[in-house]
Design a protein around this ligand. Structure first.
Ligand SMILES: Nc1ncnc2c1ncn2[C@@H]1O[C@H](COP(=O)(O)OP(=O)(O)O)[C@@H](O)[C@H]1O
Ligand SMILES: [Mg+2]
Length: 368
């Protein structure tokens, strides 16, 4: 089979999967009840709380939620790159590679994990363009990363790097021997995306890859990510607080609130028929992503919770127009984990995108 037919097939498969109800591809990453805490002077603060989701091979998942909802922390935890003052306090994450071999991410030895990271699962970081070592030529960063994984044939590393530079639309000759300061922020972001793909990872976590960039450069990076997805075969977790980017890039969306994944489903289901009040709030707070109708923007009332003192029951209940008594005592958790569109809400059957519900809520909180 030629490369071209493989690419064509995977594109057809991707088209079938994208935004539709269900992929039947095997699960590449299963995240179960993962909690992550940071040690603070006031005690342990829960930044990720019982996060649960299955990611299928070939899918693009958008992890959305306001700043501070735990998106980056979950990414760092999965790659075992948390700061020292943090710990995974509950849960497990199982990665299953192409050959069907399973890896228990939090139980592997450090040595096993060093081989696994970048080779099976890679991450580019928020503001990654500032992460490259300023006193090292780009070429050396690529040689060193390869060498750390036992890949010492410099000619082969160079050939692979130049190919990746073309794929991220960088001029290979200009960039390979450059120092980071000689490149623009957008170029450095492309370099870090290329670096994350050097060892052909099966799963790529992109943490806010466009947040620090101007709008034209953002667009270019998004186009690069899209074209990489067409040319290469990797599963993606795309962390973003930008819902329109999520709608454009993702097959599935996971909404995070106060460290919990509160809604998870195909992008069209979640954006056209959101079932969690917080997702509704996020959608109402930005210009329409789906549909043409103009609707006034409404901010979510109240503030994100203090993670040292997360509200009882459903963490969103103090800000929720649909909250009933049970919401303040019982955390609904994600129901029907096996379902395609799942939601952690007691009253999801009543949730609508009706703006007046929220406006009424604001009036109440302003009066109170
Ligand atoms: N290194 C750290 N030390 C202490 N607290 C942290 C650290 N990194 C993040 N946090 C806290 O964890 C919570 C979640 O942060 P983060 O995962 O960065 O959220 P997001 O990526 O969704 O913006 C926030 O309250 C943040 O202040
Ligand atoms: Mg973040």
């Amino acid at each position: 089979m030629t490369d071209q037919t493989t690419a064509a097939m995977s594109r057809a498969e991707k088209d079938r999967v994208r935004g539709t109800a269900e992929s039947t591809a095997p699960v590449i990453l299963s995240v179960r009840d993962v909690s992550v805490e940071y040690k603070t002077q006031y005690g342990w603060m829960k930044a990720v709380n019982n996060a649960t989701m299955d990611i299928r091979r070939g899918e693009a998942i958008a992890l959305i939620g306001e700043s501070g909802s735990g998106k980056s922390t979950l990414g760092f935890a999965l790659l075992r790159m948390l700061v020292r003052a943090a710990r995974v306090s509950t849960g497990e994450a199982i990665f299953t590679d192409r050959e069907g071999k399973s890896y228990d991410l939090f139980k592997m030895s450090d040595k096993e994990f060093r081989e696994f990271r970048w080779a099976k699962c890679a991450m580019t970081f928020q503001a990654a363009q500032n992460v490259l070592n300023p006193v090292m030529r780009i070429s050396n960063t690529f040689y060193e990363t390869a060498a750390a994984h036992g890949w010492t044939d410099k000619n082969a590393v160079k050939a692979k790097t130049l190919d990746l530079f073309r794929k991220v639309q960088l001029d290979p000759n200009r960039v390979f021997d450059a120092y980071p300061f000689e490149l623009s922020g957008g170029m450095r972001q492309r370099v870090s995306i290329a670096l994350s793909l050097l060892l052909d990872p099966e799963l790529l976590i992109l943490d806010e890859p466009t947040t620090a960039l101007d709008i034209i450069t953002q667009r270019a990076i998004i186009d690069v990510v899209k074209s990489l997805r067409e040319q290469l075969d990797f599963t993606m977790i795309f962390v973003s607080h930008d819902l329109s980017l999520a709608a454009e890039l993702a097959d599935r969306v996971a909404t995070m609130y106060a460290g919990e994944i509160v809604e998870y489903g195909p992008v069209r289901d979640v954006f056209y028929r959101p079932e969690h009040p917080y997702t509704v709030g996020l959608l109402n707070a930005v210009p329409p992503i789906v549909g043409e109708e103009f609707t006034p923007l409404v901010a979510i009332p109240g503030a994100t919770p203090n993670l040292l003192n997360i509200p009882s029951g459903c963490p969103f209940h103090p800000r929720c127009p649909w909250a009933t008594e049970i919401c303040s005592t019982v955390n609904p958790g994600l129901r029907d984990i096996g379902g395609t569109h799942i939601v952690a809400c007691h009253n999801s059957d009543k949730v609508t995108r009706d703006q007046e519900v929220w406006e009424g809520m604001e009036a109440t909180s302003a009066a109170g």
